[in-house]
Design a protein around this ligand. Structure first.
Ligand SMILES: Cc1cc2nc3c(=O)[nH]c(=O)nc-3n(C[C@H](O)[C@H](O)[C@H](O)COP(=O)(O)O)c2cc1C
Length: 187
């Protein structure tokens, strides 16, 4: 391991064990609002428990690695569906389309049966994949890491699909439709 990597790991340990909490702490509300100025898409992560579909709305999704293919999602420890997401278990990441804000709201609500009337991709019952999404990624959970009041699910990706639908955008606590106006391409 090179010295840069070792140093980064030490800093992370200090931060988690409280070494860095002696100074001023950032106000959680300011942190939430400031971090929320970074725009993202909106996903519904899914799995099954006892044969029942489980899902919740998540914006803290990121691609991590191409080889091996890894992604992450951060889930609040208070999320009632968290126990269904286990190491070795399946996970679907459904990237919502611009006309699916209602699904994002439903899968963040206290509604009993979130999947009522929701169309699934045929044959996706082991891991529910939603119809009409901009994209989906079919994964299994490789690791679960401590992330303070959240946990970090690190998942290995097996199959992926893009529909071409325009994705839903999340920014500063609001969902938006957006007209794609690419300023520059990176590929
Ligand atoms: C647009 C949006 C993004 C969200 N992102 C996250 C997230 O990244 N992580 C998280 O734990 N909760 C997130 N939530 C909140 C959860 O969806 C919500 O707390 C949900 O009720 C949890 O469901 P559960 O308690 O049934 O597991 C988000 C909600 C919305 C509407």
């Amino acid at each position: 391991m090179n010295s840069t990597v070792v140093a980064a790991a030490e800093i992370l340990d200090d931060a988690l064990t409280g070494e860095w909490t002696r100074g001023d702490q950032v106000d959680p509300n300011s942190l939430r609002k400031t971090a929320g100025s970074f725009p993202s898409g909106v996903t519904i992560i899914t799995t099954t428990s006892g044969g029942n579909p489980i899902g919740l709305t998540i914006s803290s999704f990121a691609s991590v690695s191409l080889d091996p293919p890894l992604l992450l999602a951060c889930v609040a420890r208070t999320a009632s569906s968290l126990p269904a997401f286990r190491v070795g278990g399946r996970m679907g990441v459904n990237v919502l389309a611009n006309d699916q804000a209602w699904l994002a709201k439903r899968f963040a609500s206290r509604q009993e049966d979130r999947f009522a009337g929701v169309e699934l991709q045929p044959g996706s019952h082991d891991v529910p994949l939603l119809e009409g999404v901009a994209a989906w990624l079919n994964c299994h959970i490789a690791r679960i890491y401590d992330g303070g009041d959240h946990v970090i699910l690190l998942a290995r990706v097996h199959t992926v699909h893009r529909s071409g639908a325009r994705p839903l955008l999340y920014h500063s606590g609001k969902m938006h439709d957006w007209a794609i106006a690419a300023l520059e391409t990176t590929t």
